[in-house]
Every structure is written in C-alpha cells, then in structure tokens.
Design a protein around this ligand. Structure first.
Ligand SMILES: C[S@@+](CC[C@H](N)C(=O)[O-])C[C@H]1O[C@@H](n2cnc3c(N)ncnc32)[C@H](O)[C@@H]1O
Length: 350
C-alpha cells in the first residue's frame, strides 16, 4: 500500500514551513501596557486584585480624595455640576450619585482619545444625556463651554488637575519615562507641538525658566544648556540625556531630575498654567450664589496659583469663604494609591 504521507517522486522536497514563534502569552504577569490593558478588559475581577495590591489597573485612574472632594463641594439632589477634568470619570460618578434625582453634570476634558471611552462607560452604566453632558473642551474656555451646553451657572465645579493614569501609563502617549514611546506628552494630540518638537525649538533661556518655574529644578541652567535644541524622538532618549547630563549625582537624584524635567516639559507643552489661570479668573462668574468649587493640584506651581487666586477673590468679596488650610489625602489612601501623595485640595464658596 502506498504511503499517503510519502512525497511524490521526482518532485522538489517541500521546504519546512518557516517556524513562526507564537507570541508569548502575557496573561499571568504581562509587562507591556497593551498586554496589561487587554488582560484587564478580559478579566474585570483582576481589577479589584490590582487595586487591592496598591496599584492602578492599566487603562484606569483611581479618583483622588473622593470623600474629601464631595465634602468640600457638598453636591445635593438637583444641583448643576461641572467636572472640568473628566478623566476616567471617578469624581464624575461620585458627584452624579449625589445630584440625582434632578441634577445635571457637564463633564469636560481636552483629551479626544480618553473622553469617548469614559463617556461610553458612563452611558453603559445608565447615565443618559438628560443627566450627563460631555464636551471635548479645555477648561480655560469654561464660560463658553457652559454657554454652549445651555447652562448659565453651576452649583458645583471640580478641577482635578494634571494628567490621568491612562495618559501617564500608556507609552504611546509619550508621558512616561519608564518605557519607550514617541516623545509627545500632549493631552490633546491635535493641538500644539509634541514635546520632541518643542524641545527642538526652545532656546536655552526659555528652557531654563521652564525647568525652574514648572518643576523647581535645581540644575535648570545646566540641563537647559544641554537639552535645548536637542533631538529626542523617544521618552527614553530624553530620560537618558538627562541622566547623562548629571553624571556625578546619585542614581536616585538623577531619577528625580528626570521626573522633574518630564513634568516641566509636559506643563509647557500643554500650556497648563495659562489654562489654570484662565479657569481661576472665570470661576466666580460661573458659579450660582452659594456655589462651591474644589481644585485638586499636584505640585507647587499649581497650588500656588490656586491659593493666590482664592485668597485674592476672598479679599475682594468675590468668594464668601475659602478653605483655611490645604486638605491632604489620608495615609491609607496614599498607601493604596501613591499618586494621591502630592495631592492638595482647596475649595471656595461664592
Ligand atoms: C487627573 S485626571 C482627572 C481624573 C478624574 N478626576 C477621575 O476621577 O478619573 C485629569 C484629566 O484632566 C484633563 N485635563 C487636563 N488639563 C485640562 C484642561 N486644561 N482642560 C480640560 N481637561 C484637562 C486630562 O486630559 C485628564 O483627563
């Protein structure tokens, strides 16, 4: 009997099929952001385990100081609320639960990539357009965003400043020094210059001022001389250049410098201080009598501006009360979510 497996005679031997390595299963302990993200989408129960271990699940953001924020804002059933920084929607959910029935919330975010994801999640949880409006908008334009949404003034306004964990952790967004990605850092990638372009064009004097003002960088003059005008295509290129510029520092000090430079450049690229100043100027005009605003800031440049604006408005009678002291996250929260550690909360009432 003919062996069906035998190759036909006189024909060329079939070359062995090229061996394609199977993609490594990344399920148990995935290391890349995309793998972690996919894994968590498949296994929602893993999310609780990740949070319990003191980490933020990939593609999520834990709301910072939620009970303290709600305590400062005192949202009530029927209130009109604005969350200037929707992010992953943690604070928005907390406020919505307090203002229903009867209330409405307008949520802004400048990020065109994350906003639709969070909106879809909130809609799936049952928050319809009758209670939740979302708008891709910079909070610098809060009065225009209110007008466009048919809201004259709000009872409650929140701004949770800076970037979300989704933005920070995703290497493709170019915020993190921990893994290689394009050096971008824009919350709204459709607007302005990517960080790589900004660094290529910036002059040393401007970079020195940026590093000092935005991150209190002690080595601002040296780093500005070395980095200004440089070509850094990836986040890891920039991090390496910062480390190389400080060869005599301890490794921990070098890493702190990397973090400060990244923060300073991010603030510059997104024009974060001018947006915050515009919001602070607009706030008294956007609140109903008795209305409250709360702002969570994450570094001294932000907190200084919030404190000064609130104190000035209080002195001039545009706010009737402001928080006396800054409010900080509890040690338990800082342990569970280290990103809460630098947070400072201030509130004001009109
Ligand atoms: C710290 S996260 C907010 C997290 C959110 N509170 C939560 O619980 O998930 C900050 C968010 O504000 C957005 N953002 C930052 N600056 C902004 C601005 N000037 N205008 C509008 N959104 C801004 C960022 O894109 C980011 O999504």
């Amino acid at each position: 009997m003919k062996n069906p497996a035998a190759p036909p005679q006189h024909s060329e031997p079939t070359p062995p099929a090229a061996h394609r390595r199977r993609a490594r299963y990344a399920g148990k302990h995935p290391r890349r952001f995309e793998d972690k993200y996919k894994e968590l989408q498949k296994n929602p129960e893993t999310i609780a385990q990740v949070i319990a271990s003191g980490k933020t699940p990939a593609g999520a953001h834990l709301p910072v100081m939620l009970p303290e924020v709600l305590d400062a804002l005192r949202p009530e059933a029927g209130s009109v609320a604005v969350d200037c920084t929707l992010g992953h929607g943690g604070h928005t959910r907390g406020i919505l639960q307090r203002i229903l029935p009867g209330g409405r919330l307008l949520a802004l975010d400048t990020d065109p990539l994350e906003l639709p994801r969070t909106e879809a999640a909130l809609r799936a949880e049952g928050f319809g357009e009758d209670v939740l409006l979302t708008r891709k908008s910079n909070f610098a334009g809060l009065p225009a965003a209110l007008a466009a949404s048919g809201i004259s003034r709000a009872d409650v306004i929140l701004a949770d400043l800076g970037v979300s964990s989704m933005q920070l952790d995703n290497p493709a967004r170019g915020f993190t020094m921990k893994s290689a990605g394009p050096l971008d850092m824009r919350m709204n990638p459709a607007r302005g210059l990517a960080a790589s372009q900004w660094l290529e064009r910036v002059r040393p004097a401007e970079l020195e001022a940026t590093l000092a003002d935005n991150a209190d960088e002690p080595d601002a003059p040296l780093l500005a001389r070395i980095l200004a005008g440089g070509t850094f295509l990836t986040t890891t290129d920039l991090a390496a250049a910062i480390r190389n510029a400080l060869p005599n520092r301890l490794p921990l000090e070098r890493e702190k410098a990397v973090r400060r430079v990244f923060q300073a450049v991010r603030i510059a690229v997104n024009e974060e201080f001018s947006a915050l100043e515009a919001l602070l100027r607009a706030l008294p005009l956007c609140l109903n009598p008795g209305g409250r605003v709360a702002i969570l800031s994450f570094h001294s440049g932000e907190d200084r501006r919030v404190k000064k604006a609130f104190q000035t408005a209080f002195r001039e009678g545009r706010f009737t009360a402001i928080s006396q002291d800054v409010i900080r996250a509890s040690p338990d929260e800082c342990r569970a979510n280290p990103r809460a550690t630098p947070a400072k909360l201030r509130w004001a009432r009109i």
